[in-house]
Design a protein around this ligand. Structure first.
Ligand code: SAM
Length: 274
């Protein structure tokens, strides 16, 4: 039996919730949002809104994007040929997601999906699949990961879906690295500084403008087989790379990604805000 997708669970929760207990469902729409606009949904959106969320003409929803913010809207048409929504009033101005990248070596399909979904929930702006020497050679379906990221964004009240970048080898990613973006490298070897400590050591040396945490950074998680000694040497030789330990236990890649992002967001990211 396959597990229900999170959107199906959400649709059930909306249907079961007493009136007013849950806010209207959210839909990420790339077109310009402004009061009075009538927007035709594309096929995938219409299926999501009409079939998964089971909304009918006259039902309310919220639509949003990173440029125009979040708007109250109503399903204006629902026919066999398509659906459209009418945009009504601005609910919230858009707010930027922290400039935080996750670089991860793709693992098995279910674990990769989990990493993308959780990274979106935890507030990552960019997700960059990285091919390392021990990466399991499975195809990375960018379109599939994009729809997982969009769905997670819709459910977590953020204004953008994380960008899913094309896979890149570790060497190429490091080659063109912007040195002003520290790369927090989760190194399972056991001799790296614990993550929280490494963050405070690093913060002590940054200019006052960035005190309390830099405005942009990245986290790197390796594959199930870990990094090779050669990759470790390459990473540790770079001054903008911060090798860190995530504790005395070896975590699965997906657990490591979630744990590292949670600590980074708490110490440096938008979890510090009310
Ligand atoms: N096969 C490797 C081994 O046995 O040493 C373990 C790799 S682990 C399953 C996958 C990735 O998660 C690692 O490459 C690393 O980036 C991260 N990771 C897991 N546990 C970690 C820890 N305790 N400290 C730092 N990174 C960790």
């Amino acid at each position: 039996m396959t597990a229900p997708r999170s959107s199906e669970l959400l649709a059930k929760a909306y249907a079961a919730a007493p009136q007013g207990r849950m806010a209207n469902p959210r839909l990420l729409i790339d077109q310009t949002l402004k009061a009075g606009a009538e927007i035709a949904l594309d096929e995938g959106q219409a299926r999501h809104v009409g079939t998964v969320l089971r909304l009918d003409a006259g039902d309310g929803l919220r639509v949003f994007n990173a440029r125009d913010g979040e708007w109250r809207a109503t399903v204006s048409t629902k026919t066999k040929r398509g659906m459209s929504v009418r945009i009504e009033a601005l609910l919230r101005e858009a707010r930027a997601t922290p400039d935080l990248d996750l670089l991860f070596a793709p693992v098995k399909r279910h674990a990769t999906d989990l990493i993308v979904e959780k990274a979106a929930e935890l507030g990552v702006r960019r997700i960059r699949p990285i091919i390392t020497q021990r990466t399991i050679a499975e195809t990375v379906r960018i379109d599939r990961l994009q729809s997982i990221a969009r769905e997670a964004a819709e459910q977590t009240e953020r204004f953008d879906a994380p960008e899913i970048c094309e896979p890149l080898s570790l060497a190429r990613a490091l080659d063109g690295w912007d040195a002003s973006r520290p790369l927090i490298y989760a190194d399972e070897a056991g001799d790296a500084t614990p993550l929280l400590q490494a963050l405070s050591i690093w913060t002590a040396g940054v200019p006052p403008a960035n005190a309390g945490g830099p405005c942009k950074l990245a986290v790197l998680i390796g594959p199930e087989g870990g990094f090779t000694p050669e990759e470790r040497r390459m990473l540790r030789a770079l001054t903008h790379v911060i090798p860190v330990s995530l504790g005395p236990r070896i975590l699965r890649a997906e657990t490591a990604a979630i744990a590292a992002l949670s600590v980074v967001q708490s110490a440096w990211g938008d979890w510090r805000e009310a």
